[in-house]
Every structure is written in C-alpha cells, then in structure tokens.
Design a protein around this ligand. Structure first.
Ligand SMILES: Cc1ncc(COP(=O)(O)O)c(C=O)c1O
Length: 445
C-alpha cells in the first residue's frame, strides 16, 4: 500500500503503549472506560494499547504504527475518522458554543431529520450514551404499561436493570434480578413461555450476527400487540448501518420505541430515543429523563452532518458492499486452505464476526493467534469487521491478503495441536456479549 502498512513487516514496537499502560495500572480501574477497547481484548505483548490518531479507515498508535481499523471505535465511526464535511460542521458549532443555557435550534432540526428517516420516530429525545436511552425506554415502557418486568436479549448497557442478570452484577441489589429476564433470539416459543401479566417490554437488537428467522420480528410484533407489551428495538449497531432508517426500514417491522447511539454522529457522543407519540408522551410530564448535556450542540451538529452525509453519499450501500467482499473473501480463503470446517465469517455485511469452532482448539487462543498475525500485517483486528464508509478497495484487498498470509499460520498451529505455543503473548479474554443462553432466566409464572 502507499501508506505505512505492508504485509511483510515485523511485529509492531509497542513501547509507548506499554509505558502509558504502566501509568494507568492502579490509577484507572481496569485501565479502560470501554471493556471492548481494553487490553483484555488484545493479545498482550503484541498488540498496541493506545491509539492517538485516525484518518478515514486508518489509525495510528502512540508508537507511530499504522493500521487499517476494523473496530472503528466499537461502532461510532460509521463514516470514518476525521471526515472533513462532518468536522467542519463541528468546528462551525464550536466557534458559536458547545453547551447553552437554553434549548438549541439543533435539537429541533435533528429531531425533524430523525422523524423523516426513522419509521417509528414520531417523537425524539436525546442523551449521551446508549445505556441512557435503553434505560429511558425501559422506564417509559413501565410507566406506559403499569407493568414491571423486562425481557431482553443481548447487551443493552451498564445500568442496573440490565446488568443485574449478567455475571458482572456486583453492587446491584438482588431484587433487580427479579424484574429482568433474558430470552433467546429467534425463539418465539421461548419468548411466549417467558411472558406473564407483568411484562412491560421486550427489548432486543433486531439482529446481532444471526439473521432473524422468517417471521421472528413480525412474530414479536404480534405477541407485543396481543399482550400489551412495548416492543423496543435497540438499534445501536443496526441504526444507520443496515439502512438509513435502521432495521425497522430494512425489515419493514416497526418497534414502539427504538434507541440509537453509536453510528449517528460519526464519533461524537449522542444517543437518541425515538418512538410512538402515545408512549413518548410519558416524558411530557410523568417520567423524569433529563440531563445537563442532553442537548449539547457539538454532537447534534455532528449528527446533523452525519445524517446529511449519509443521505448524500449512499453510505449504507457502500458499507454493505465492502463488508460482503470481506465476508465472502474470508470464507473463500478458509475453504481454499481447508479450514472451513472450523472457521467462518458470519453476519450481515455491515458487521461480521470471524468464528472458530472449539473442535479446532480453544477459540480465544485461535482468535489471539489470528489477531497477532493480522496486527503484524497492519490490520487492527478484534474478530469483527465493523465496516465504515471509508474502508476502501485497497483496504479490503490488503486485509484479504493479510488473511491469506495469516490463516496458514493458524492452520499449522491447529494441525500441530498447539495453538497456545504459537502465541507471542497472553491470549485475549471473552467478549461480554451474548444473545443466547446468557443467564437465561425464563419468567416462571
Ligand atoms: C446493542 C447495544 N446496546 C446498548 C449499548 C450501550 O451503549 P453505551 O456503551 O453507549 O452505553 C451497546 C454498547 O456497546 C450496545 O452494543
């Protein structure tokens, strides 16, 4: 490539990353603010830990190493790093002010845009992070229905109502576990069994990697209508990626409430709760959901510019095309190299995951080895392709060439029955996110 990445380069020098990490140890609990960005997601001793610059789809770490990024800020960089049109909008707003003493016109302008593009967006509220709006949606559903229990599926943020049912629930009163239950994706029977008269809402990502079975989302809609339950789509990932109007537009199924954050402002912190007027009306008076920075103008300027950029450039189409090339390319290589029985790339093209079957070895060690070899070849790889509009044909070609060089190393280790021995550092830890059998706790009547 014309930049600083080559297929034939040594493992990166990570001296400055390690120095910063040493300073963070004992000072910043867990050293990170975002679990998925933390050191346990990257092979120790090989992967950098701190990034300091990005442009388009490429990032530079604190030691000056350049990578094609397939994490993209864990979702927010839907268009790419440092995109001129969006940055100009942020800078123009910066010159006028960030946070004001009264409401700002952008609150109205962005809400009008959301109403135009998102199928169920009759009303719109803002906050800062995804967990704010999933929690607000849950509170609204409880207030609207007068019921208490929540069925969920997947990850929805750090607040008590959700984290209570995970295995990282220290500090949350046990009573909270009696109000939230998990259901399995694509299993309408289990959803039906989990419902009683006190279920206020079902909240789920319309899909994560597995596609919805025919009739699944429609079936949820029917069950919710029948039982007076609020259907909430958590569109943190699907929103603005699968289609401009998110999964509701793509599948033609309307939720009562839906939540957005990651992709809506190309990296600026803003989240949105949108939905049907008759439910959103609870925020007019009875339900408290207010925060100092909710209408912060830099992020709203970024959201407006991001939506306009997406409308103008056909961002979702390109994300889908580049993602499909990566997915199909990976699977073709796995086939060619005789590895298809234990590794595959799965999911909708906008966001795919590389999986390893335990029959070939410990999946976390396999992931670590592939990560180690992709990082050596200039690809910042965490097991996913979080594709952005900036991922170019050259990026895709380089990444597939890197797989072509790295996968045989994984295969040799699998064939030798010693994946761990091929690792140059400690393997990665598990990702805190599952959509089935994750503390499944059906609602027993
Ligand atoms: C599907 C989903 N919902 C909610 C959240 C929570 O968002 P945040 O981390 O911004 O609070 C996330 C974050 O990863 C997510 O992926």
């Amino acid at each position: 490539m014309s930049n600083g990445i080559s297929l034939d380069q040594p493992y990166p020098t990570i001296t400055e990353s390690d120095k910063l990490y040493e300073r963070a140890l004992g000072l910043i609990p867990a050293t990170t603010q975002t679990l998925a960005k933390g050191p346990q997601q990257y092979i120790k001793g090989v992967a950098p830990k701190y990034l300091k610059r990005g442009k388009g789809s490429h990032v530079w770490d604190v030691d000056g190493n350049e990578f094609i990024d397939f994490q993209m800020g864990i979702g927010p960089l839907s268009i790419g790093y440092a995109i001129d049109e969006i940055d100009e909008a942020i800078k123009a707003q910066l010159a006028d002010g960030i946070t004001f003493s009264m409401m700002h016109p952008l609150e109205v302008e962005v809400a009008e845009l959301m109403r135009e593009i998102v199928p169920n967006a009759e009303m719109v509220r803002y906050s800062k992070v995804g967990a704010d709006v999933t929690s607000a949606a849950v509170r609204a559903a409880r207030a609207y229905t007068g019921k208490k229990k929540i069925l969920c599926c997947g990850y929805h943020g750090w607040h008590d109502w959700y984290v209570a049912v995970t295995d990282l629930n220290a500090g949350i009163p046990e009573e909270a576990q009696e109000l939230t239950f998990t259901v399995n994706y694509n299993d309408l029977d289990q959803v039906r069994e989990s419902i009683d008269d006190d279920v206020a809402a079902i909240i789920l990502e319309p899909f994560v990697f597995e596609a919805p079975k025919e009739g699944f989302l429609e079936g949820l809609r029917e069950i919710c209508d029948e039982k007076g339950i609020v259907l909430i789509f958590d569109e943190m990932w699907t929103g603005f990626r699968i289609a401009l109007g998110g999964a509701q537009e793509y599948f033609g199924v309307k939720a009562d409430l839906s939540t957005y954050s990651k992709a809506v402002a190309n990296g600026m912190p803003v989240s949105m709760l949108v939905g049907k007027k008759e439910i959103m009306n609870v925020f007019e008076k009875d339900v408290f959901f207010y925060t100092t920075f909710g209408g912060e103008a830099l992020s709203l300027a970024a959201a407006k510019a991001t939506i306009e950029y997406m409308k103008k450039h056909g961002v979702q189409k390109r994300i889908g095309e580049q993602g499909a090339k990566l997915k199909e390319g990976y699977n073709a290589l796995a086939e060619k190299l005789g590895m298809a029985s234990y590794t595959s790339c799965e999911g909708y093209p906008m966001r795919t995951i590389v999986k390893f079957d335990p029959s070939a070895g410990n999946p976390l060690e396999l992931k670590s080895l592939l990560q180690q070899e992709m990082i050596k070849r200039g690809v910042l790889w965490g097991g996913f392709h979080n594709v952005s509009y900036s991922h170019s044909d050259a990026d895709v070609e380089h990444t597939l060439a890197a797989y072509e060089a790295a996968l045989p190393i994984v295969k040799s280790a699998v064939d030798a029955g010693d994946v761990k021995g091929a690792l140059k550092g400690e393997p990665v830890g598990p990702v805190f996110r599952k959509t089935s059998n994750f503390n499944t706790k059906p609602n027993r009547k």
